[in-house]
Design a protein around this ligand. Structure first.
Ligand code: SF4
Length: 252
């Protein structure tokens, strides 16, 4: 009897749809491009208008680091992700410190800024992605200089120990989580997000218990959805997520 393999198996190993549509990160062209980046320079830096947690308008500096990339991407990865283009496998702690110095140079040492957004194309406080001594230096320096810090994370990377560690070094900072859709079917089958709405709730409860601010990103249109389906999904998801009154939704 033939071995089962998906709905129309021919005996070969089943392949997930996600892996057929995931961006081809390891093509020779993609690898060549990644390795052409200077590991001591950030991917990009810029300033934008922003709003502080108390509602005050301010200028925010954004620094997008070139890191080793996202642990979820190494394992599987979100369907829509293209951040792997900004990473290098061999980035060291010294490189990251050099990128920080270069960012401050290009941004006039954050002159006129009250907020700094530090993006790492993954989870800022994930130790496999970013060296803990570098995480600690960023958290402490921005806190000591009175700069409100925004960092990003995946929900499943928010462990009680790590969140307490972050809150101790930069009390009140913002942790932004890309939820993309408040719908477990969309998270699993359209986005391949790697966590569920239940894990997202658990992480935001944990962040708030530690006095941190939460920000959530939603995708206007996840892959493989019609506009009509997405509008219905957004309407019902938005009603359900109103139970999370302090969660702000915004773009990166
Ligand atoms: S969590 Fe972010 S960086 Fe990681 S695979 Fe998903 S979109 Fe890409």
């Amino acid at each position: 009897m033939a071995q089962a393999s998906g709905m129309l198996g021919d005996g070969s190993k089943a392949v997930k749809v996600h892996h057929l549509v995931k961006a081809p990160e390891n093509t020779p062209e993609s690898v060549r491009r990644r390795e052409s980046w200077d590991a001591t320079e950030p991917a990009t830096v810029y300033k934008t208008p922003e709003i502080l947690p108390d509602g005050t308008h301010c200028t925010a500096a954004t620094v997008i680091f070139r890191t080793r990339g996202c642990a979820w991407w190494w394992k599987s990865g979100c369907t829509f992700c293209g951040y792997f283009n900004d990473v290098r496998d061999d980035v060291t702690a010294d490189d990251l410190f050099a990128q920080w110095d270069e960012a401050k140079l290009r941004l006039d040492d954050f002159e006129g800024c009250s907020m700094v957004k530090v993006y790492t194309s993954g989870t800022f406080f994930e130790d496999r992605e970013n060296p803990p001594e570098w995480q600690e230096a960023i958290l402490k320096e921005t806190y000591e200089r009175g700069l409100h810090l925004v960092i990003e994370a995946q929900a499943q990377m928010c462990t009680p120990e790590k969140i307490a560690w972050v809150a101790e070094r930069h009390p009140g900072c913002t942790v932004a989580i890309g939820l993309e859709a408040y719908d477990d079917a969309v998270l699993r089958f359209h986005v391949n997000k790697g966590f569920s709405t239940k894990q997202w709730h658990r992480s935001i409860d944990m962040l708030r218990e530690n006095g941190l601010r939460v920000k959530t990103y939603l995708l206007f249109k996840p892959p493989f959805m019609s506009e009509g389906d997405r509008l219905s999904s957004l309407a019902s998801g938005s009603a359900r997520s109103r139970r999370c009154p302090k969660t702000s939704r915004s773009t990166r």
